[in-house]
Design a protein around this ligand. Structure first.
Ligand code: MN
Length: 238
């Protein structure tokens, strides 16, 4: 059978050391740092035993932006940054629920990303009890660094995630502050979806989310190990 339209090219993310990572799906975790959950007006769990279930949403794969420039999106007056650890899966999960102990073997590597958010649209959707898609899953809403193989990053929990905008730090936290760590999240996701090689997981953001404007320069880092540089440029016209 012949395609009746040109097939869209898969989105590919450069990998440190060579090659590209083709993206299949983007899963995102909400409220995974207690301080951010509180700043959004949600209750933070007092302990791991009380954390309930994680909040998941998705972005389309072609929301990934690796070019270092992102257009200010339409239909918002309140574009927010959320700096996040991004996990890239290099292997398919086995059928059924994934054991936490088997989760790390699926991980290809890590990146640093921004879960860009039209906060005004998300807030209106929340208030109306409607889905978050227009607030979260728009074009260029997932700026992403190169991916770094997991073996070069090693232990995650002592590493510090941070974001500076125009040279001023806005968000920072150690990954030990995650309410749900990477094995926890892959275990929980596997109850809901068949995880596959090519999937990305945005792991949630610490406190300090705030507005971005055209001209702003974001520098997001995981220590000195991974850096994302990204400039917000004026909205597309016409
Ligand atoms: Mn987020």
């Amino acid at each position: 059978m012949t395609d009746v339209i040109p097939a869209p090219a898969p989105v590919r993310v450069p990998v440190r050391g060579g090659g590209c990572f083709p993206v299949r799906r983007i899963y995102c975790v909400g409220r995974n740092f207690a301080d951010h959950a509180r700043e959004m007006g949600a209750q933070a769990p007092a302990s791991k035993a009380e954390r309930g279930r994680p909040v998941f949403f998705m972005k389309p794969a072609d929301a990934v932006a690796t070019g270092g420039e992102v257009h200010y999106p339409p239909a918002t007056a309140d574009l927010h940054h959320e700096v996040e650890l991004v996990v890239a899966l290099g292997r398919d999960a086995p059928d059924g629920v994934l054991d936490r102990a088997d989760a790390q073997a699926l991980v290809f590597g890590y990146g640093v990303g921004l879960d860009l958010t039209r906060r005004d649209l998300q807030a209106a959707a929340k208030q109306a009890g409607l889905p978050w898609d227009t607030g979260k899953g728009f074009d260029e809403s997932a700026p992403l660094s190169e991916l770094v193989p997991a073996g070069e990053i090693g232990e995650l929990s002592p590493r510090r995630l941070s974001l500076a905008v125009n040279g001023v730090e806005r968000q920072a936290a150690p990954l030990s502050d995650l309410i749900w760590d990477v094995p926890d999240i892959l275990h929980e996701l596997s109850k809901l979806y068949a995880l596959r090689a090519g999937d990305l997981v945005f792991m949630g953001t610490p406190a300090g989310v705030a507005a971005l404007s055209p001209g702003d320069v974001c520098e997001a880092t995981l220590d000195e190990a991974i850096t994302l540089r990204c400039r917000i440029i004026p909205a597309r016209v016409g």
